[in-house]
Design a protein around this ligand. Structure first.
Ligand SMILES: NCCCNCCCCCS
Ligand SMILES: [Zn+2]
Length: 680
């Protein structure tokens, strides 16, 4: 499996800047690239990447997304003097030109294409292009929003044309709507464009009607454009994760791309003068992690915006460190999405329910009047929608600010260092079972003493059990101990009795919270269910034996864990939100005998769960079922799970039971929410 993360950067792209006074453009400075690259060097991350040189894009490549007349016009700018540059700039919005910007814009496109070449030919697994000028606002015949050529749009066309990419996903987490990308792929079903963006009912730049959630693409492209507008500022980590779990990821897994681009703008991070959001830099580690098992891990992150030099540099490092496979940080204490975000999530899911089977039965009916429409009508003095419109926040909103307040200093904690244990994956296997390469067979420093043996035997074994069973239990607790001391990142154990091993580990764990994911036939040992510090999520076909409680959550699938589409939607929409909110110190993934989860999905699950508990995942397999050992080890080693292929619709009755579960649980677990609480 391909490893390696490319980093593409050249300081030539810092050699242009604003040559006159323009309060809108003054934030787009060369230091954006300098501080980002320096942070990568200082943190040692740059050295761990594969350094790939930039190149200039050719005319033909630029023409993949731009008109000839536009390219010809831009070609003239290197020879212009100041007045001519200013006049030329006037033709476009919120952008500036410079004698060297055409050269840098060609390098920004070329850098992105170099990244695509290296990822698509398997020289590296993934990578990041640190470029400026950014690209996602530029259009076929127009520069806009600091952008000259649309780096990612060109690269997506290039990947289709030269690398036979069939389905390309573009995730635009920049705080502005990348309208240039939306326009480019409006009617193209082979490119799924997702963007969230500050919108404030069309009152925020670029103030476009087509940035709202009801722009879904047109013609054959209907459904392949997903907009999530932020109608308030201050969106935080919980809002971002909720959009990933309940909008982007279900659709992305159903789309099953063979290449993923991230329009990695970091003006959506705290402290940014444009975004005014509250999400902290470490959230980009989780957003990146959650995308890394799509497209067999082929992820190309391309820098877009980001104007607070501190949060920009921290966010770039968080992203690259995750691309390199380092353990994810602890997510800052998560709650549910705020009411405004829930409205946006609800609207996006509702408008897309007819295009995506994962939303077919899930998305609640459309709110009576989309709040944005009401607000627009109000602003244009049109008639109000029905009394107390769905917007909810309409009557509460303070009058539009006349101008931005003086920027007060916003501070946030520096992201914690993310230390990768020296040993990544330790396997506890019977001697007869060979250890997959890349892993280490676990053997504790010393064996159990007589007292230890007696205790283990008394607590967990019947008298008859032989010494080998005692040794195995002891080794399990030793492996757990080394994981919880962060000497080992994750592990796998083949055990004679998954229930007994899970019982031992949950009681022996020093973590304040343990997440146990039980994939298949129960019963889950009562001792575990009653254990206050363990959250059990049990996915199975059987009606649960135990009553559901806050810490025992049975998810029923009519066709059982063999139903890949059903399991994927249960994992994305229920298990992951629960896990992120619970914030466990340890994740146990139990595969009881007869588990039906198919190989590729099992690896997806093994990989996705590593976003929790600093990657401390311990997988329990049934001794006589050695088939999953290889793929489990591969996932634990950080190899991207193979793509599942396009997913069919989950069964309506399953989705019905998921929604019922969501409604019952969301008071205790608000990150499960997908709709705003009913208006009183
Ligand atoms: N404060 C509103 C003016 C926005 N000016 C353009 C911003 C372009 C961002 C590119 S990511
Ligand atoms: Zn932006």
């Amino acid at each position: 499996m391909k490893m390696g993360t490319a980093l593409i950067y050249d300081e030539e792209m810092t050699k242009y800047k604003l040559l006159w006074v323009d309060p809108v453009c003054k934030i787009e400075v060369p230091e954006r690239l300098i501080v980002s690259y320096e942070a990568l060097v200082k943190s040692g991350l740059a050295d761990r990447c594969v350094s790939i040189p930039v190149r200039e894009a050719t005319d033909a490549e630029i023409l993949l997304a731009h008109s000839e007349e536009y390219l010809e016009a831009v070609k003239k700018t290197p020879f212009m003097h100041l007045e001519e540059l200013m006049t030329f700039t006037q033709k476009y919005g919120d952008v500036y030109f410079h004698p060297n910007i055409y050269h840098c814009a060609k390098l920004a496109v070329g850098a992105t294409l170099q990244l695509v070449d290296n990822v698509m030919t398997g020289k590296v697994r993934n990578g990041m292009a640190l470029v400026r000028p950014p690209g996602h606002h530029s259009q076929s015949s127009a520069a806009n929003g600091f952008c000259v050529f649309n780096n990612v749009a060109i690269a997506a066309q290039y990947a289709k044309k030269h690398h036979k990419a069939k389905r390309v996903l573009i995730v635009d987490w920049d705080v502005h709507h990348g309208q240039g990308v939306q326009y480019c792929f409006e009617d193209d079903p082979s490119v799924l464009y997702f963007s969230w963006h500050r919108y404030e009912h069309q009152s925020f730049w670029p103030n476009l009607r087509e940035s709202d959630f009801d722009s879904v693409g047109s013609g054959k492209g209907a459904g392949f454009n997903v907009n999530v507008p932020w109608n308030k500022v201050g969106m935080g980590n919980s809002d971002y994760l909720a959009v990933f779990f309940h909008v982007l990821l279900p659709v992305a897994y159903e789309f099953s791309p063979d290449l993923v681009f991230i329009c990695a703008g970091f003006d959506s991070a705290i402290g940014d003068p444009e975004g005014h959001m509250s999400a902290t830099p470490d959230i980009f580690a989780h957003l990146t992690h959650l995308l890394m098992n799509l497209a067999d891990g082929k992820v190309c992150a391309v820098l877009e915006g980001g104007y607070n030099l501190t949060s920009l540099a921290q966010s770039v490092c968080q992203t690259v460190q995750t691309l390199l496979g380092d353990p994810a940080p602890r997510p800052a204490q998560l709650g549910g999405a705020c009411e405004s975000a829930l409205e946006s999530i609800h609207s996006a899911r509702a408008i897309h329910k007819k295009y995506w089977s994962c939303l077919q039965h899930a998305a609640a009916p459309f709110p009576e009047e989309p709040s944005s429409k009401n607000r627009r009508l109000a602003q244009q003095g049109g008639s109000q929608g029905p009394e107390g419109d769905a917007g909810g926040d309409a009557q509460k909103e303070e009058p539009e600010k006349v101008e931005e307040k003086e920027e007060e200093e916003i501070v946030w904690p520096e992201p914690l260092r993310r230390v990768a244990p020296s040993l990544r994956s330790a396997l506890l296997l019977p001697d007869a079972v060979e250890c997959p390469d890349g892993c280490a067979r676990f053997s504790p420093a010393h064996g159990p003493g007589p007292l230890e043996r007696a205790r283990l035997r008394k607590s967990y074994l019947k008298e008859s059990e032989d010494e080998a069973s005692v040794t195995l239990l002891y080794n399990l607790t030793a492996l757990l101990g080394q994981m919880e001391k962060n000497e080992i990142r994750n592990g796998l154990a083949l055990v004679p009795d998954v229930s007994m091993a899970a019982t031992l580990l949950t009681s022996a764990s020093l973590s304040k919270r343990v997440l146990l994911v039980w994939m298949g036939e129960g019963p889950v040992p009562a001792q575990i269910i009653e254990d206050e510090k363990t959250l059990v999520v049990h996915i199975d076909s059987m009606e649960p034996h135990e009553a559901q409680s806050k810490y025992y959550i049975p998810i029923t699938l009519k066709k059982g864990c063999g139903d890949t589409a059903g399991v994927v939607q249960a994992v994305l929409g229920l298990l992951l939100p629960l896990g992120y909110q619970y914030e466990p110190g340890l994740v146990l993934l139990a595969r009881p005998p007869g588990c039906q989860v198919k190989g590729g999905l099992w690896q997806q699950l093994t990989c996705l769960l590593q976003g929790l508990a600093l990657g401390h995942t311990l997988v329990l397999l049934q001794e006589n079922e050695t088939a999953p050992v290889g793929i489990t080890a591969s996932g634990l080693l950080g190899n991207a799970a193979l793509s599942l292929g396009p997913l069919v619709a989950p069964g309506p009755e399953d989705v019905g039971s998921f929604e019922g579960l969501r409604l019952r649980l969301q008071t205790d677990w608000p990150l499960l929410q997908t709709t705003a609480p009913e208006k009183r």
